[in-house]
Design a protein around this ligand. Sequence first.
Ligand SMILES: Nc1nc2c(ncn2[C@@H]2O[C@H](COP(=O)(O)OP(=O)(O)OP(=O)(O)O)[C@@H](O)[C@H]2O)c(=O)[nH]1
Ligand SMILES: [Mg+2]
Length: 200
Amino acid sequence: MNLHNADIEISAVDKKQYPKKGYMEFAFAGRSNVGKSSMINKLLNRKSLARVSGTPGKTITINFYNIDDTIYLVDLPGYGYAKRPKSDVEKWGKMMEDYLSNRKELVQTILLVDSRHKPTKDDITMADWIRHYHERLIVVATKTDKLKKSEIEGNLELIWETLQMGEDDILVPFNTKDDEGKYTVWDMIEMMRAGQMSEE
Ligand SMILES: Nc1nc2c(ncn2[C@@H]2O[C@H](COP(=O)(O)OP(=O)(O)OP(=O)(O)O)[C@@H](O)[C@H]2O)c(=O)[nH]1
Ligand SMILES: [Mg+2]
């Protein structure tokens, strides 16, 4: 999968709007501003297919990107945005729960955390949620270009420890400035799609 036909299929505010084609789905969760939309753009070599926001967390939607009429990449609404009203936090919770717990097409939720910081309480909750619904926790540590080379390993260790990751789990460093993380994420998605990652 190197060159992709990709388009937004639906920006859903309600589960009735979720796609009905049955393609496998790979979803990205994480704090507002962690880089979910940027990562989708990077994976697809597109500048602004997924909207990258200066003002985080404005609308609570689940965005489905149709990739080659084969899979969906799913941009989940971000959390941890301080200025969000309580009613929005509730809406967020209901939408996430609806999607994560009932969606048969969902193969894996991938958690994005900022490589510069220790994962937050919300990140830990999200990691637990993912572990509850999937066999393994896959975490992408974003914005590694903002770290010194010498800092990366230690920060990855801190993320690994804080999220209590185990031997079946996967942690991938990622940034939008080079292509390394992009290839690793695509390889993972390809393997999951082919069902080759379950029994290693
Ligand atoms: N330097 C650097 N900046 C990044 C990287 N990824 C994202 N950013 C920046 O981080 C900011 C937030 O990125 P988004 O992709 O909008 O984050 P998001 O997780 O989709 O945020 P919400 O949609 O609000 O949940 C933007 O200013 C991006 O340009 C990265 O790898 N390196
Ligand atoms: Mg976004």
